[in-house]
Design a protein around this ligand. Structure first.
Ligand code: NAD
Length: 345
């Protein structure tokens, strides 16, 4: 397939690009290269003849039209977004612009291209979204694809809006879309302001490891390499018009998660004292959702996908990756604004 991947220089997008090129797909990586994007994330495949890069803004309709006409993709995998909840609380405007207007602009450019090509049934617009659109769970239950939307942060509200636009473009114009909503990702190339990298890097620096509130918020953790495999499966084999929830089946409280990371570091890079002694509880995030949990039953039964690693295995790989890639995270830490936030994304 020839895939137009938006946000392919970001955390999840770059995993998709790396997996897709290795699987023999052609990839056009369309990215604005905001603070969150870095071409070093795709350096492993960027010399491949299957890979091309277009620096562009998803809100720039003229550029998008030119890129669609020049590359004539078989499918779009739309990941470009503003993605950090804490940043959305400090400054929601960029989230409205990129996540809502940007998705609308992508949909219109894709629809125009698709109509000009004679409305091929095989074309796909795959929209990548989050489980945060479903709101917050109590102690039991899981999000299914039929859970009503109840977004509670500027980030999740902007992603919910974009999901609705994508469904409307299918119902109204017949654009062949698929959607996925996933849980919290972690793994190699995770941006240093997000929770797991923050924990690793603060621990190594001998600094306090911040945890919001009492650390009892529960998240389901999905290894990014497993997620990339799932996304490629959905764009190739997913049913048009359908949503698929993707989760790691790995629920943990933030405190459990941080304690696991500290224990892995104690093994791999022993310090003078156990790293868990650096844990520091800080004032909670406003509107902090208590629990997210995903029921991935549909993608498992329809497409045969399941995660390949447990949380312990994925965390071990992730910690090792950060220990082995100090140059990568040091370069990003120096960027404006990064490191001033807690990173409990
Ligand atoms: P990220 O912030 O790491 O990367 C986003 C990428 O989009 C960056 O490369 C950035 O340069 C690019 N971008 C931003 N604005 C752009 C614009 N206007 N035009 C073109 N490119 C632009 O994000 P991520 O964590 O990789 O998330 C990717 C997608 O997955 C997002 O849509 C996000 O909402 C969704 N998602 C992420 C998670 C997670 O745990 N990280 C969970 C659920 C859903």
């Amino acid at each position: 397939m020839k895939l137009l991947v938006t946000g392919g220089a970001g955390f999840i997008g770059s995993a998709v690009v790396r997996h897709a090129v290795r699987a023999g797909h052609s990839v056009i990586n369309l990215d604005k290269l905001t603070y969150a994007g870095s071409l070093t994330n795709v350096a492993e495949v960027s010399d491949s003849p299957l890979y091309a890069f277009e620096q562009a803004d998803i809100c720039d309709r003229q550029r998008l039209d030119m890129i669609f006409a020049a590359h004539r993709p078989d499918a779009v995998m739309h990941l470009a977004a503003e993605s950090h909840v804490d940043r959305s609380i400090d400054g929601p405007a960029a989230f409205i612009e990129t996540n809502i207007t940007g998705t609308y602009t992508m949909l219109e450019a894709a629809r125009t291209f698709w109509m000009a090509e004679g409305r091929p049934e095989t074309f796909r617009f795959h929209h990548i979204s989050t489980d945060e659109v479903f709101g917050s769970l109590g102690p039991t239950g899981k999000f299914t694809e039929d859970t009503p939307y109840d977004p509670r942060s500027p980030y999740s509200a902007s992603k919910a809006s974009s999901d609705h636009l994508v469904r409307a473009w299918h119902e109204t114009y017949g654009l062949p879309v698929v959607l996925t909503n996933c849980s919290n990702n972690y793994g190699p190339y995770h941006f240093p302001e997000k929770l797991i990298p923050v924990v690793i890097l603060k621990a190594l620096a001998g600094a306090p490891i911040p945890i919001y509130g009492k650390g009892d918020n529960i998240r389901d953790w999905l290894f990014v390499e497993d997620h990339a495999e799932a996304l490629l499966l959905v764009v190739e084999k997913g049913t048009v018009g359908r949503s698929y929830n993707i989760g790691g089946e790995n629920e943990a409280t933030n405190l459990e998660l941080v304690t696991k990371i500290c224990a892995i570091l104690d093994e791999k890079r022993p310090g003078n004292a156990p790293y868990a002694e650096q844990i520091a509880f800080v004032a909670d995030r406003p509107g902090h959702d208590q629990r997210y949990a995903i029921d991935p039953g549909r993608i498992r039964t329809e497409l045969g996908w399941r995660p390949s690693v447990t949380l312990d295995e994925g965390l071990e790989k992730t910690v090792q990756w950060f220990l082995d890639h100090e140059n990568w995270w040091r370069a990003l830490q120096d960027r404006d604004g990064v490191g001033k936030r807690l990173g409990t994304g």
